[in-house]
Each structure stands twice: as structure tokens, then as C-alpha cells.
Design a protein around this ligand. Structure first.
Ligand SMILES: [Fe+2]
Length: 387
């Protein structure tokens, strides 16, 4: 890489990673004199027994707990408003998000809206928040979004039928706990989709124009770990080594894209995850990724070749163009092996919808860092190939 000037953005002050690390939550809160927690989660996580482990840790540390388990996939403004009301009425001093991206992002938004005026829609975009949120602590139960280390919260605006990104350094959690044991009960289809989301983060961050030497280290290691362990995590959910390495790879992907943003795949995933289609985030990325990579390939043949090699593809004796193509082959094989064979059309997306989808996607900040310059027609033709 050229001798690039770059800024390393702030990250959570503390990331605690390890098997059984969730047990430490109570002590970490007590240490910070936080003793009235609002746990933000969904019904599935609550029933899975994960919350029981957390509650024990908090009880032991003398932290009072209120549980708000009404988060749904692609959680919306109304859930944020209800959670905020509860946090205020119950005088909570910390918001603990436990779950996938929706629970963690909802926790971030609730933390923000306890201290900021108006509605969460007022803060769409980057650095719009005015006041420091309540302390936010996040524990992922899927290896996918990395919301626990990023400055972003994605919330669905139910009325406008669209997803909003709220980005602020104030939304970086006070601390994060990554415990692979919390991910073990995820079923194969969730593991597969979340894992492909994390891999998309790593690849988009690695090849985009904002990549810098430190983000590249995290991204490439994430590609290696996810490329090696996703199949095993899907095939044998109880395999702790696979869960450990998937969560570690996901964390590294998060640390990478927190620095760099993403690319065309995530730009298109926003409208397709909202509106009338509501395609789960990991799944839509998995569907789009090979097509986005095909479009982007000539933007950085060297890097796509490294992606291919890192995922175990043989490139000896191939031209640079053919070697780079092996990265797409690797993604297609991985999608197939983990059972992702859907197309956009399976979710009701039609050719006539593509201009509207592309029109929304082009507004994303991820377009500006994509490794190949992109216009609306490019986005339409990428999405068309995934129909
Ligand atoms: Fe994502």
C-alpha cells in the first residue's frame, strides 16, 4: 500500500473477550458505580437461558435489573420510544443490550434518547447526537453485526418504511463483552446468515478506498477466521472452537469496518432490509456479495487475489485477473455449503423495484468508499444479477 496518512478512530474503552466472559458483567458495572440496569433484548434470547446467566452475574454484584424483551428483527422507532420511556420511568443508569444487531442497536438508541431531545429520526446521519447517552454495554449473541464495537445504530422507521443509520462516536459502548458461549444456541440458518454478514464487513472494509494498514490487518485476519470456521459453526453449533473463532473473526471485522465503512453491498442492503421486502440483513448481504465483488473486481485485483488466497483458494499459475476471480468462487462455495441459496426474487423483489432500491442505496455513505466508482445504473445492474 502507498504510504497513506490515516486516523485511527476511537473504539470502546474496553472489550472483554473469552469463554464465560459474560460472568464478569456484574463486577464491571459495579466497578463503574452503575447499579440500575435496563437489559434490552428479544423474547428468543430471553427464553434461550442466556439472560439467566447475566441476571445471576448482576444479582451477585448487587445491580438491580429491569428486562425489556420487546425487540423484534429490524427493530423500529416505536420499540425505541417504549424502551426509552421505561428507562426514564425506572431511573436506569445503564442500558445493557444483549442479542443480535437489532437488540444491540435498539439498546444504543434507547441510551441516546434518554438524554437527547425529540425523536431518534432527528439524529439520522453522522455525528448528530448532542448529548452523551446513558452508559451503553453490549453483549452479542450472534457472530455477525459487531454492533458492540461500532459507532452505528440501524433503526427502522416504520412509518416511512425505511432503515436509518444513526452514527456517533457517543454511541460507541462504554464496554463490550464478547462471550462465545452466548452464541452457541443459535440455529444453523442464523449462524450462516450472521457469519456471511461478518464476512461481508471484512471483505468490504479490506478492499474499500478508506482501508488503512491497521484496518487491513483486522479485516484480513477476519476473512481467514470466518473462511475457516463458518462451515464448522453451521455444521456443529456446539463446537466451542468454531464459535470462539467465529466471534473473534466477527469482532475483528467490526474493528476494521468501524474505521473504514463498507461498500456497495451494505448500501444496497439498507433499502432491501426495510421497505416491503424486509430481507434479513445477513441474508441480503450473502446474496449480493458475489455480484458486488464481480463488479468491484477491477477496482483492486491485487486485494481480491489476497482475499481468494486467504480463503484457501489456489491461485498458482493464474493470471492476476483469474486469481482475483477465485475470491468470488470462494464466496459462492461458502454460501452453498452453509445453505444460502436464495435470490432477491424469493423475497418479492422485482425488476421494476430496482430503480427505487438503487435510488435509496446511492445515498449511502458506503458508496463513496466502494473500490469502484458507482452510479445508480451500476447498482441496478448489480441487483438485477441477484434477482
Ligand atoms: Fe452488516
Amino acid at each position: 500500500m502507498a504510504q497513506k496518512t490515516f486516523t485511527l478512530l476511537e473504539q470502546p474503552a474496553r472489550i472483554i473477550f473469552g469463554i464465560g466472559a459474560a460472568d464478569i458483567l456484574g463486577d464491571e458495572l459495579r466497578h463503574r458505580k452503575l447499579n440500575k440496569a435496563l437489559i434490552v433484548t428479544d423474547e428468543g434470547v430471553r427464553k434461550s437461558g442466556v439472560i439467566g446467566v447475566i441476571e445471576k452475574s448482576l444479582e451477585k454484584a448487587g445491580v438491580a435489573v429491569e428486562i425489556f424483551d420487546e425487540v423484534r428483527p429490524n427493530s423500529g422507532v416505536q420499540i425505541v420510544e417504549k424502551g426509552t420511556r421505561i428507562a426514564k420511568e425506572e431511573s436506569r443508569d445503564v442500558v445493557v443490550g444483549i442479542g443480535g444487531g437489532s437488540s444491540m442497536d435498539t439498546a444504543k438508541a434507547i441510551g441516546a434518547m434518554v438524554t437527547n431531545e425529540g425523536s431518534i429520526q432527528d439524529y439520522e446521519g453522522l455525528h448528530k447526537l448532542k448529548k452523551q447517552p446513558l452508559p451503553i454495554v453490549l453483549l452479542p449473541t450472534t457472530a455477525g453485526t459487531s454492533s458492540e464495537v461500532t459507532l452505528w445504530a440501524v433503526i427502522t422507521d416504520e412509518e416511512q418504511k425505511r432503515k436509518m443509520g444513526i452514527g456517533s462516536s457517543m454511541l460507541i459502548p462504554t464496554f463490550a463483552i464478547d462471550d462465545p458461549l452466548l452464541t452457541i444456541s443459535q440455529p444453523p440458518n442464523v449462524t450462516a446468515a450472521a457469519g456471511m454478514d461478518a464476512l461481508t464487513h471484512a471483505i468490504e472494509s479490506y478492499v474499500n478506498t478508506a482501508a488503512q494498514p491497521i484496518s487491513e490487518c483486522f479485516a484480513l485476519e477476519a476473512i481467514k477466521l470466518i473462511g475457516k470456521y463458518l462451515r464448522l459453526a453451521v455444521a456443529k453449533g456446539g463446537n466451542v472452537e468454531a464459535r470462539y473463532n467465529m466471534l473473534l473473526g466477527t469482532l475483528m471485522a467490526g474493528l476494521a469496518f468501524h474505521q473504514t465503512r463498507l461498500g456497495n453491498c451494505h448500501a444496497l442492503a439498507m433499502p432491501l432490509g426495510g421497505g416491503k421486502w424486509q430481507i434479513p440483513h445477513g441474508l441480503v448481504n450473502a446474496i449480493l456479495l458475489p455480484h458486488v465483488m464481480e463488479f468491484n473486481l477491477i477496482g483492486n485485483l491485487d486485494k481480491f487475489t489476497l482475499v481468494a488466497e486467504t480463503m484457501g483458494q489456489k491461485t498458482d499459475g493464474l493470471s492476476l485477473r483469474k486469481a482475483a476471480e477465485q475470491a468470488i468462487v470462494a464466496i459462492k462455495e461458502l454460501n452453498e455449503d452453509v445453505g444460502i441459496c436464495q435470490r432477491l426474487g424469493d423475497f418479492g423483489v422485482e425488476g421494476k423495484d430496482l430503480p427505487e432500491i438503487a435510488g435509496e442505496a446511492i445515498k449511502s455513505g458506503n458508496i463513496a468508499v466502494n473500490p469502484r466508482q458507482t452510479n445508480i445504473d451500476d447498482l441496478i445492474s448489480i441487483a438485477k444479477k441477484a434477482l
